[in-house]
Write a protein that binds this ligand. Structure first.
Ligand SMILES: NC(=O)c1ccc[n+]([C@@H]2O[C@H](COP(=O)([O-])OP(=O)(O)OC[C@H]3O[C@@H](n4cnc5c(N)ncnc54)[C@H](O)[C@@H]3O)[C@@H](O)[C@H]2O)c1
Length: 258
């Protein structure tokens, strides 16, 4: 990857926060936003990995910072966003990719696992959106993209907690879109089906999901998604050109959910 393209810099010289930015889809989204000229804050529970991701972007000529956050913890979110503002300026773009997953039969699902999944995936999205949206409304320009899941559209067996959290993310996205549409802030969600990331591979290695050849047969396009498939769409939704798209569920899933 070369240096930044001047015309792209003009198009998207924005301060972008990506939660869960140290791995998988979040990491790919950071790279795509940076290539479009964004100044990227990589936020993640894994502080070392966030730092490495930001250093990698900086080594490629992009402006980037890494910071630790637990999106489920309000104080941690406020601290991380304060760090971003002092390093890069007011937040203009937010992509929420941080999440936890898990597979467990419903009757074995503990209240703790339910609570933690909702806390990270749904309440974490709420905390981050609330931390960012004031800057966007004040500027009259903002972009929020939430990563939800096909599980939140159709439900997935053994994932009642995860499906409920992601269904909540879809509804939260739509509500925010309507509330902020007249303020220049768009809010959309991308619900992946299967994308080849550490989250997916961990579930496969634990025997909780079938192998990639089996999963690929569930996708009309015949293959798993890649980080680039999803990140390209997220980055477009964060651009000026996407200003008339809001409140939408944009499937990037090879036709798996239509
Ligand atoms: N990969 C898929 O097939 C798939 C399918 C459907 C939905 N999704 C969604 O896409 C998003 C990205 O998934 P991925 O596959 O890249 O996962 P991943 O596990 O590779 O990355 C998730 C990142 O979130 C971070 N994280 C976890 N808990 C956090 C917390 N409390 N605070 C801050 N950061 C935290 C992790 O450290 C990790 O770096 C998630 O929202 C996931 O639910 C992924």
């Amino acid at each position: 990857m070369g240096g930044r393209n001047a015309s792209e810099d003009e198009r998207l010289s924005r301060v972008a926060v990506v939660t869960g930015g140290a791995s998988g889809l979040g990491l790919a989204i950071c790279a795509h936003l940076a290539r479009r000229g964004g100044r990227v804050a990589v936020l993640d529970l894994d502080a070392d990995a966030a730092g490495r991701a930001a250093a990698d972007l900086a080594a490629r000529g992009h402006e980037a910072v890494g910071a630790e956050v637990d999106v489920a913890d309000r104080a941690s979110v406020e601290e991380a966003f304060a760090e971003v503002r002092s390093a890069l300026g007011p937040v203009e773009i937010l992509v929420t990719s941080a999440a936890v997953s898990g597979f467990v039969p419903f009757e074995e699902l503990t209240a703790d696992a339910w609570a933690r999944t909702i806390a990270v995936n749904l309440t974490g999205t709420f905390h981050c959106a609330q931390a960012a949206i004031g800057d966007m409304a004040a500027a009259g320009w903002g972009r929020i993209v939430t990563l939800s899941s096909a599980a939140g559209q159709t439900g997935t067996p053994r994932q009642a907690h995860y499906s409920a959290s992601k269904g909540g993310v879809i509804a939260l996205t739509k509500a925010l879109a309507l509330e902020y549409a007249a303020k220049g802030v768009t809010v959309n969600t991308v619900p992946p089906f299967t994308a080849d990331t550490p989250l997916l591979r961990t579930a496969q290695e634990s025997g909780l999901l079938p192998g990639s050849d089996v999963l690929a047969r569930m996708v009309p396009a015949g293959r798993l998604g890649t980080g680039d498939d999803i990140a390209a769409v997220c980055a477009f939704l964060c651009s000026d050109e996407a200003g008339y798209i809001t409140g939408q569920v944009i499937g990037v899933n090879g036709g798996a959910v239509t």
